[in-house]
Design a protein. Structure first.
Length: 151
């Protein structure tokens, strides 16, 4: 009986944590990186490889700029791209190790099979250094991340 209750409680806590992370829920109620964009002014082409790299690995964006990030999977493995702060991404990467089949439903994330291109349209409203990372288990630990510098 207690095992069933603990399992249900653990599942409920995981769902709540995932929903909170995916919604960009921050203390002041908005995402410090910005917001989804409907229209963009430029497209940044980014390659994802099985060498666990994004190319380019540093992306410069002007504050207030709305861009399309076009992630092309040039490898044979499935890859993801998730935007966030480094602590958020590290925490989420650990969660993904426990639930490797979890799919993201968030405007700050995509996944792409071999040969596919997937898009994130985002308006970066605050200056700072943000990151994009692949959260497929093992990929983040292998260094699959890039910096997004907003000035």
């Amino acid at each position: 009986m207690f095992k069933a209750i603990n399992t249900k409680l653990a599942i409920a806590m995981l769902i709540t944590a995932c929903a909170t992370w995916a919604s960009g829920d921050h203390q002041d109620g908005h995402d410090p990186m910005g917001e989804p964009a409907k229209k963009t002014t430029r497209t940044v082409q980014i390659s994802m490889s099985d060498m666990m790299k994004y190319t380019p690995n540093v992306i410069q964006i002007k504050r207030g700029e709305a861009v399309t990030l076009a992630f092309k999977n040039d490898g044979q493995l499935k890859h993801e791209a998730v935007l966030g702060s480094l602590p958020e991404l590290q925490k989420h990467a650990e969660m993904m190790k426990m639930h490797p089949d979890m799919e993201h439903d968030d405007p700050k994330s995509i996944s792409a099979k071999a040969g596919e291109t997937a898009y994130i349209k985002w308006k970066f409203t605050q200056p700072g250094t943000f990151y994009v990372a692949c959260l497929v288990p093992g990929h983040f630990d292998a260094g699959m991340r890039a910096s997004i510098i907003v000035k």
